[in-house]
Design a protein around this ligand. Structure first.
Ligand SMILES: Cc1ncc(COP(=O)(O)O)c(C=O)c1O
Length: 452
């Protein structure tokens, strides 16, 4: 029985029978439904009554204020009772307008026009269309339809967003993709395909973008899209010069720069937006996930007036653009983060967490690199420090399983690394507990597999 008297076995049986779980391999090690019934702060309780410390803000990294936040719940409830939803296009409700004004205040540079959507993929779709329509309507590049993205990027699962995505588990779906998308290398820590040092490789990545724009034909390239800090293989933090060069290259060729902040936005990196770490002002920015701290599904696209105003009518729409109750959740989440100083706190905690991870894990032979910023850290593992080879087996997943099963701490495997993205309300005690769990897990898995 669950805490509230439901039959746990029956619920699991129904889940297996009726829930189509995306990205879950039939019969694979992780194919059993994971059912949680309650959350409070950073803790989650599952259907069997076991409590976990969630160091991911849910495995999608959206829950930046943890679980059970009564203030957000009350704001949503009040809005639902007053006016839950009023349509799309020019039909607006007060919380949606207030949210647009708040985002305009918080966003980098001149990004002061906002269109709301229901999530990250929709935000990327919207951004791609905005870029094309601007290039055409402004007369700058009437034929431009191409977008350049980067190796291992994840920008979403709808067909347009998927076409600028190169993350392996979803990549083969869109063949043939939406035409006009190509990929260049992206800066990575620890390892890259050419065995270069990190700084030189980042230089090469920027140069490759310029070469690709020339190859595609600058007059046909509408936009370049990138996550300011990429998630693939765990928190890839480029040098400052990389984004400075990308900005210059895009400007030189009239290519709009889209910063995808869906996973990095709203405090995850110890700044409202990861662009701030680079002094980067994108032309278009996408957000979602922590916009509402996961309390309601919502995303947004931001751009500056010059771009929005050049398009006589933006030809794009979604039914739930600017849903008033979702906007109420976002307004409350932002208010809490500002009032409680959670963004500067995340910056300080990030330094603490990285040092703690380095102290606890740095000497382990299978640990390649600890990297991260704010409440977002990754530990890259390697099968061979000399060749920098990643594990081809399930070692990374085994570490994450050990953390969950033996220490009750939730982390995630992400390619060659495991990742922690604690909610911004996590205490240093909770971060310490997560670091201890990670060290125990790495040590135990390495010993069990004869790896040191
Ligand atoms: C950088 C980035 N862009 C877009 C998306 C897609 O967002 P959604 O899953 O809300 O459609 C994600 C989701 O993980 C993401 O990390």
């Amino acid at each position: 029985m669950t805490e509230d008297g439901r039959d746990a076995g029956h619920l699991l049986q129904q889940a297996r029978a009726h829930c189509l779980m995306p990205l879950v391999a039939h019969g694979g090690a992780e194919s059993e439904p994971v059912v949680y019934v309650r959350g409070e702060g950073c803790e989650l309780t599952d259907i069997h009554g076991r409590t976990y410390l969630d160091m991911m803000g849910s495995h999608t990294r959206a829950n930046s204020l943890g679980y059970g936040n009564r203030e957000i719940a009350a704001a949503v409830q009040q809005q639902l009772a007053t006016l839950h939803y009023v349509g799309t296009a020019a039909h607006l409700a007060p919380p949606t307008i207030a949210l647009a004004a708040t985002l305009a205040r918080l966003a980098p540079g001149r990004l002061d026009r906002v269109m709301f959507v229901s999530g990250g993929s929709e935000a990327v779709e919207c951004a791609l269309k905005l870029a094309r329509q601007y290039q055409q309507a402004s007369g700058r590049k009437p034929k431009a339809y191409k977008t350049i993205s980067r190796w291992t990027a994840y920008h979403g699962a709808t067909m347009g967003a998927l076409s600028v995505t190169d993350w392996l588990p979803v990549r083969d779906v869109p063949d043939a993709r939406v035409p006009g998308h190509s990929f260049v290398p992206n800066p990575t820590g620890w390892t890259n395909p050419f065995g270069m040092d990190e700084e030189s490789y980042a230089e090469l990545c920027a140069t490759a973008l310029e070469r690709q724009i020339e190859l595609e034909g600058p007059e046909l390239v509408a936009a370049f899209i990138g996550e300011p800090i990429m998630q693939a293989h765990g928190v890839q933090i480029p040098p400052r010069r990389y984004w400075q060069r990308v900005r210059e290259i895009c400007d030189r060729h009239g290519v709009l720069l889209i910063a995808d902040e869906v996973i990095t936005g709203f405090g995850r990196t110890g700044a409202w937006f990861a662009c701030e770490h680079y002094g980067l002002e994108p032309d278009i920015m996408t957000v979602a996930k922590a916009l509402t701290a996961g309390y309601a599904p919502m995303g947004a696209v931001l751009t500056r007036g010059e771009i929005a105003d050049a398009i006589p009518m933006f030809r794009h729409v979604h039914t739930f653009s600017g849903h008033a109750a979702c906007a109420a959740a976002a307004n409350a989440a932002i208010r809490i983060k500002e009032r409680d100083g959670l963004i500067p706190r995340a910056k300080q905690n990030g330094e603490y967490l990285r040092q703690a991870l380095e102290d606890a894990l740095g000497g382990q032979p299978i640990v390649a690199q600890v990297r991260g910023i704010g409440h977002w850290h990754a530990v890259e593992l390697t099968a061979d420090r000399a060749t920098k080879a990643p594990f081809a087996d399930d070692t990374v997943a085994a570490v994450v399983r050990h953390m969950r099963d033996e220490s009750g701490v939730l982390a995630c495997a992400i390619g060659h690394a495991f990742e922690m993205a604690p909610p911004l309300i996590a205490t240093q005690d909770q971060l310490d507990r997560a670091v201890t769990a990670a060290a125990r897990a790495v040590h135990a898995v390495a010993r069990a597999r004869g790896l040191g």
